[in-house]
Write a protein that binds this ligand. Structure first.
Ligand SMILES: NC(=O)c1ccc[n+]([C@@H]2O[C@H](COP(=O)([O-])OP(=O)(O)OC[C@H]3O[C@@H](n4cnc5c(N)ncnc54)[C@H](OP(=O)(O)O)[C@@H]3O)[C@@H](O)[C@H]2O)c1
Length: 325
């Protein structure tokens, strides 16, 4: 089969598409013919060996996919051959076939196309668990989303609106802000236009209730400062490459909370709540109310370019890889 292979750690350009043997199928696993795979920022980090877990090269990157079951391993119930599924894995999805634990996939709801199913899992789950269970967002609240044109950010804009919040989107380009507006953001802040602290103060004179931050760096503190008393700041990721250092007096003075979210530990330690969220989110996907925005699609042969696009922060919504682009 054709697959994108990372032969040694490095920049996205180390990844090359070559012929490799199809991965072996073990008990409890499914072989899925990949129709679409979504690129996530952590894929870039795994290729560079800058992620919190290392995968020894050579390996096939790619953590999100949608496709059709073509073979079932011993002991797998359900997910018969021909069934459309989507799921996530640590690596392996940027290939014509992926082998994954049957327990890690979900059925694609009728009417949902492969690119949308592939792009849905990580960003929308991250955004929904963050808003619903960590920030405990309630209707009528003011939500600020940093990186609002990116995968997690745009999902947070869409789902925050669905949960009844008024959404302020912060992003770096008119294109990203326009997509955020089309996903329900009513206040748009271009952080490249001037100091973010002033821009947020002008946009939200009464303050905000919740900030979702997948970017970190220099944007975190000005966003924290716009919270009103009792506000919640959720740190989700550091796409800027910089982990912010926050003066704790800002937390003390207004009684705000800074809370972290990490999807693996959340689904492990709050399994019941994660299960409820998953059901709600799947219903939204099936109803067409949680459809991701696909900003760019690349052919499998151009996987390195797709990774570069995401690494440079150019992605608007999600970037997807398909066999033919
Ligand atoms: N905690 C979890 O469980 C979890 C789950 C999924 C993802 N994450 C993390 O969340 C972060 C965002 O993921 P994503 O999928 O939303 O990424 P993305 O689609 O690439 O968006 C990231 C946004 O960060 C901003 N950015 C600033 N500097 C950047 C830089 N040097 N390179 C790239 N982006 C930069 C950009 O926003 P502007 O254009 O507005 O500057 C960009 O739109 C990543 O760090 C990822 O690892 C965490």
């Amino acid at each position: 089969m054709r697959a994108a292979v990372c032969p040694a750690y490095g920049a996205p350009e180390v990844v090359e598409v070559v012929e490799v043997p199809a991965p072996p199928l073990g008990p409890g696993q499914l072989r899925v013919l990949v129709e679409a795979a979504a690129v996530n920022f952590p894929d870039v980090l795994i290729v560079a060996d800058k992620y919190q877990l290392s995968v020894p090269p050579p390996f096939v990157p790619g953590s999100e996919f949608a496709g059709t079951v073509v073979e079932r391993g011993e002991g797998v119930d359900g997910f018969e051959v021909g069934r459309r599924v989507f799921g996530s894995t640590m690596v392996g999805a940027f290939a014509e076939q992926v082998v994954v634990a049957a327990a890690s996939v979900s059925a694609v709801p009728d009417g949902v196309e492969a690119r949308h199913a592939a792009a849905f899992g990580v960003a929308h789950r991250t955004a929904y668990h963050t808003l619903r269970s960590v920030a405990k967002l309630v209707p009528g609240e003011e939500l600020v989303v940093l990186g609002a044109g990116g995968g997690v950010g745009l999902a947070a804009v869409q789902l925050g609106r669905t949960l009844g919040a008024t959404v302020t989107a912060v992003a770096s380009t008119p294109e990203k802000l326009a997509v955020a507006a089309s996903f329900g953001a009513t206040r748009l802040v271009d952080h490249t236009a001037g100091p973010l602290r002033e821009a947020l103060k002008d946009a939200l004179p009464g303050g905000a209730d919740v900030v979702v931050d997948p970017v970190g760096g220099s944007r975190a503190e000005p966003a924290l400062r716009v919270l009103r008393r009792g506000g919640r700041f959720v740190t989700v990721g550091y796409a800027s490459g910089e982990i912010p250092r926050i003066p704790l007096n800002l937390v003390l003075l207004k009684g705000v909370q800074i809370v972290g979210f990490e999807i693996r530990s959340f689904t492990t330690h709050q399994a019941e709540e994660a299960g409820r969220n998953e059901q709600e989110l799947m219903a939204l996907l099936a109803a067409g109310r949680a459809t991701p925005h696909i900003g760019a699609t690349f052919p499998l042969e151009e996987t390195a370019a797709a990774l570069r696009y995401v690494a440079d922060g150019r992605a608007v919504g999600k970037v997807v890889i398909t066999a033919d682009g």
